[in-house]
Design a protein around this ligand. Structure first.
Ligand code: ZN
Length: 361
């Protein structure tokens, strides 16, 4: 049944809680003053800033700290007969990633500090709901890849104190904890070995503290290791259906069922190469392709386990222009026949339920 909270007046946007963006990585390249200005005023570059978060209807989302591999370590995609294969870059050490990771963490807090209460770092769903009532945007701190964390988890506690409530064990490269999938199309996510013993220790440490363990970018063996070990709902913050787009980053139907059985959530990635059946990058991709993935995931998991994970500021082409354009997806969901209470689950409520359960609220 629709509740008062999830049915808005016809004029106001449907509430969005988004499972993944890389805005901090885009903004951290400039001075702190310029980054704050660009965020608060909006420059129209990239996908997200405060004006576009507000006009798009964002209640909030997970804001990723991601440290890219140095360009010297990156090898471009190799063409294959049906697609491409980008080799995973080598592992990075804690020392290599920590300065940039802390800079992005600091920037998130600086943006909140300078926003006059309109943008808040939240560590509980109660805080997210309070921000929602105040028409402020809630940011949850997420680390995409755990290189910044030592195997004894001392850094984990420091970052927890800084607001960390969601962690990916890997990006698409190996860590001390597990193995990420290389970007390959077409390709199976079943590449490489599972979690290391440090990875298993880290999953337990996250469970104990109430930090979500994000499965996007993890290989299949690692996924199943977490599924067998974690006491929290399974979360894949920005991955799509492998049955519709056979990219290594997407989830097979068996993986989707495991997420469902755990009570978890999968966030729809807006990047065309994770959406299109041909794995291509084309801005001409219709929004209906996004709804196709949502429909498939609902068929497999039911509508309580599907959410959004735009990957804004981390993807090239998307059927949705930027954060201000989110209601275009809402309109496409309506056009496909989804009703308002289901749309509220898909665009916001499923994420908040899973986070509340994971965080022990
Ligand atoms: Zn990612």
């Amino acid at each position: 049944m629709p509740t008062e909270e999830n049915v808005r007046d016809s004029g106001s946007p449907v509430a969005i809680f988004d499972g993944h963006n890389d805005m901090l990585l885009r903004l951290v390249d400039q001075s702190s003053e310029r980054a704050v200005e660009a965020f608060l005023e909006g420059r129209g570059t990239g996908h997200l800033d405060l004006p576009r978060l507000i006009s798009g209807g964002f209640v909030g989302g997970l804001f990723a700290v991601f440290v890219p591999s140095p360009s010297s370590a990156m090898r471009g995609p190799k063409r294959t007969t049906k697609g491409y294969d980008t080799p995973a870059p080598p592992a990075m050490s804690q020392g290599e990633v920590l300065p940039s990771a802390l800079a992005m963490t600091g920037l998130l807090h600086r943006l909140a500090e300078q926003s006059g209460g309109r943008f808040r770092v939240c560590t509980t769903v109660a805080q997210i709901q309070a921000a929602r009532r105040d028409n402020a945007v809630a940011a949850v701190l997420h680390y995409e890849g755990a290189e910044a964390i030592d195997t004894e988890c001392h850094t984990l506690d420091a970052l927890y104190a800084a607001g960390l409530r969601s962690l990916g064990l890997v990006w698409s490269r190996p860590t001390a904890f597990g193995h990420g999938v290389p970007f390959r199309f077409p390709g199976s996510p079943d590449i490489g070995p599972g979690l290391t013993s440090a990875g298993r220790y880290l999953v337990r440490a996250c469970n104990e503290r109430g930090i979500a363990v994000d499965l996007s970018h993890l290989n299949a063996q690692g996924f199943w290791d977490v599924a067998g070990l974690s006491t929290a709902p399974l979360v894949a913050s920005h991955s799509n259906a492998h049955a519709l787009c056979p990219h290594t980053r997407n989830l097979t139907d068996d993986q989707l069922r495991a997420v469902r059985d755990s009570g978890g959530v999968v966030g729809l990635n807006f990047g065309t190469y994770f959406l299109r059946p041909d794995g291509g990058t084309s801005a001409d991709t219709p929004v209906s392709v996004m709804v196709d993935h949502i429909d498939h995931m609902i068929d497999i998991m039911g509508d309580a386990h599907v959410g959004l994970g735009s990957d804004f500021d981390g993807i090239q082409a998307s059927p949705i222009r930027d954060g201000a354009d989110m209601q275009t997806l809402v309109a496409a969901l309506r056009e496909r026949g989804h009703d308002e209470s289901r749309i509220a689950r898909l665009t916001c409520d499923n994420w908040l339920r899973v986070l509340a359960q994971t965080w022990g609220e």
